[in-house]
Ligand binder design. Sequence first.
Ligand code: ATP
Ligand code: MG
Length: 440
Amino acid sequence: MNIEAKVTPLRHAPRIYTRDEHNISRRNISPNALKVLYRLNGAGFRACLVGGGVRDLLLGREPKDFDIATDARPEQVRELFRNCRLIGRRFRLAHVRFGPEIIEVATFRAPHAEDEGQAHVNDEGRILRDNVYGGIEDDAWRRDFTVNALFYDIADFSVIDYVGGVEDLKQGLLRLIGDPETRYREDPVRMLRAVRFAVKLGFRIDPVSERALFEHGGLLEQIAPARLFDESLKLFHGGCALQSFEALRHYDLFARLFPSADAALAHLHGGFPATLIGHALDNTDQRIAEGKPVTPAFLLAALLWDPLEEQRQHLLASGVSEHEALEVAADTVISQQVARLAVPRRFTQMTREIWTLQERLIKRSPKRALRAFEHPRFRAAYDFLALRASAGEPFDDDVAWWTDFQDADEAAREALLGSAKSAGGGGNGSRRRRRRRKPA
Ligand code: ATP
Ligand code: MG
């Protein structure tokens, strides 16, 4: 089977939407992107806004960034802009910088020539090279979804549609260009992108693209863990973490990213871990909506909490000390996780610290309490304790104590520390060992 023959249908004239047939206004385009478009066009090149920028403008949403596609070669782009850098070895892109804003300019690309056969894909059909220049139509067909393959041409302000993207946009339909199985095989990350866009835009996935999604999740195992981490961040820090999680679980893709967390969820059929994870995701969405900072370490702490507990209990049962059980269990679950998803060390380190601080926040001898409070991860650990309480663990009093402590002045803090538990536990210290689970 020849891949291109399946991906690129017969050539045909595009549907052109003139400037009075669509709602894109230059007022909503970044002035810097306009500057780049005009200068390219003035130098005699074709210059179009493309991808998510066009899609979001047509939907009346604010684009995250503005990407430009052109028939100018990267070197020609560089000659036009002093503030331009060429990046990428495999496929060169031009980055035009305006202060903090970077406008990405890509030369139109084509799928590989048909006489080249399968040389650019591996045995599973995955694209290994994607570095041939082409015309605007080629560039449309190589893109992932129809709604992502629209061009806004600065020459006459028209929208150019080779793939039926405008119709799909109106229908709220996310449809892969070409044969879904082939396109997922070429680049399995498109499955995660399908979930991300469907959730973010509130679109349905077209039935053929959706069926293939259920069938080919296993292809994600070929993808480099670093790329899977990047995609996961977009899924979980894009403002729709909870819905993304539910959709990933629905398509059985979550297990490809977080195998141990998925196993815990499947094995326990909801209950505490599901509630904890649900609250953590919800919390992330709220923070993003309020413009507060978020860290992957926090979500990771929640996602891996149950696998951690399972390992820890196992080690404790074999007679290991509490301290060692936690250390070894954390090592195990984190190293299993990063083999699949390359979470950078600064985050996994923070996840560990959130976990180790839990006991100190609960035990709360005067000395431990002060030390915990001065720890750089105190706030994240406190938030995590609050999360556990909200998911049904009996720590409401501890959370309240720490809330008071943070709000208190020096004298009130002294008083609170006086009321802290004496070393060795006592009081409600015994409850920490066995976690009570609220019925689901
Ligand atoms: P976002 O709002 O998340 O930036 P986007 O559609 O702009 O969405 P990008 O990842 O910025 O997504 O990619 C820009 C464009 O490049 C896409 O719209 C699509 O046309 C094309 N593209 C990106 N990744 C792929 C891929 N894996 N396969 C095919 N085309 C892709
Ligand atoms: Mg984009």
